[in-house]
Design a binder for this molecule. Structure first.
Ligand code: FCB
Length: 421
């Protein structure tokens, strides 16, 4: 059991320690891109308060911490020799975790690409995959003596869709289907990084995919086709190449121009585990606009989070047993690397307790049904910078007062603490 966070969402200190700008600095400082113009400039000030935050984890009683490394701290301009001051921060963090008996599980890319790489094409460019592998090697050179479990990428589907297809996240490009190369280059970077990590002694390497069980809004053929397409883009585009070394057939033509010989073998480098972030299922209908492929429909009759996301714990059980049924022995052990909900700005968050309780129960049932689940991470330890929603969505077991940086554990924190005892 652990908690998850991500660098740009909590660290702040964006110009300290020699950190270079990331695409999220640029995006959040562009008027109109985030709610209230919020930025990650200060966020939870975790860069300075990390020790206090690790103490919170000790108090909670979790055995593992999933955090992400900010690439622009390690290579401020995206390439070249690693920046020692940047590495020092994660070095201290890893030592701090070891001293508290908490396992460190770094994610190497949780969306904060160095702006300098975006200027050279970002993930639309194959070059970024090569740079990512090089960066992964630098980080492992420094902390790989103490870290054996790694996550390469966080949710490449969300980065592709929101960042490059729809423009709702950094880097804010609106390429629609032309964003497809971003999938391939991220996956290639993942595969190359797996090899770099293994060479440096990593024993457990995974990718974290955002997965959602997809249902058609009706049994009409057009809704079913739309649901199949959505499932193809959201789930299969990222699970299939890493698990079985091929893309969903309907995407072969679109991806052909960027796939080179040998790429799929690199992408399918065997994984020790699959990381899954689950928040909700998705209901899909045929498109109402001719230039779209599908419409997303609200799921009625279930509670919704402050964010408006439907709460369906059974979706997690169905997702896990479905992956097992689809991929059989090709499915490695699974970690739920994120699950959680946003609530209003309250301390008595019974809503979150019910959410977590329901989803843990769903995981338990999946385990009984034969799925090998090795871990579960709550998103998130702290309220933080929720991307385009700024500070309006509070996902923390711990409330953060962003004026004073005071941390206050919520009822859900106590509940989890008791459960872990
Ligand atoms: C996931 C992201 C994470 C956080 C949660 C709410 O998609 O990986 O950073 O924003 O959603």
């Amino acid at each position: 059991m652990g908690v998850s966070t991500a660098s740009y969402q909590i660290e702040g200190a964006v110009t300290e320690g020699g950190r270079g700008p990331s695409i999220w600095d640029t995006f959040s400082h562009t008027p109109g891109k985030t709610l209230n113009g919020d930025t990650g400039d200060v966020a939870c000030d975790h860069y300075h308060r990390w020790a206090e935050d690790l103490d919170l984890m000790t108090g909670l009683g979790v055995g593992a911490y999933r955090f992400s490394v900010a690439w622009p701290r390690i290579q401020p301009d995206g390439t070249g020799q690693p920046h020692q001051q940047g590495l020092d921060f994660y070095d201290r963090l890893v030592d701090g975790l070891a001293a508290r008996g908490i396992a460190a599980i770094p994610t190497l890319f949780h969306w904060d690409l160095p702006q300098a790489l975006e200027d050279r094409g970002g993930w639309l460019s194959r070059e970024t995959a090569l740079r990512f592998a090089e960066y992964a090697g630098h980080v492992a050179d420094r902390i790989g003596d103490r870290v054996t479990r790694w996550i390469t990428l966080n949710e490449p589907v969300v980065h592709m869709a929101q960042g490059y297809a729809w423009g709702t996240h950094a880097p804010g490009r609106t390429l629609n289907l032309e964003a497809l190369p971003v999938a391939h280059h991220q996956l290639l970077g993942h595969g190359l990084a797996v090899r770099q990590l293994r060479e440096r002694g990593a024993t457990e390497v995974m990718i974290t995919n955002n997965c959602t069980p997809v249902s058609p809004a009706s049994d009409s053929e057009v809704d079913q086709v739309a649901a199949m397409l959505y499932d193809g883009f959201h789930n299969r585009l990222f699970n299939e190449p890493v698990l079985i070394g091929k893309y969903p057939e309907f995407l072969d033509e679109g991806l052909a121009p960027v796939i080179q010989d040998g790429d799929l073998a690199i992408i399918a480098t065997p994984l020790d585990a699959l990381g899954i972030n689950y928040y909700n299922p998705t209901l899909v209908a045929a498109p109402s606009e001719p230039d779209q492929m599908f419409d997303l429909r609200p799921i009625e009759g279930v509670p919704t989070t402050a964010f408006g996301w439907p709460v369906v714990p059974e979706g997690l059980h169905g997702l896990l047993t479905g992956l097992r049924a689809t991929y059989g022995t090709k499915l490695p052990p699974v970690y739920i690397t994120e699950n959680g909900c946003s609530t209003g700005d309250v301390l008595d968050d019974q809503f979150r307790i019910d959410y977590l309780d329901g989803h843990l129960e769903a995981v338990r049932r999946a385990v009984q049904d034969g799925v090998d689940v090795r871990g579960y991470f709550v998103w998130s330890l702290l309220d933080n910078f929720e991307w385009a929603e700024g500070y309006s969505q509070r996902f923390g077991l711990v409330r953060v007062d962003f004026q004073t940086q005071t941390r206050t554990p919520r009822a859900s924190f106590r509940w989890l603490q008791d459960a872990l005892k």
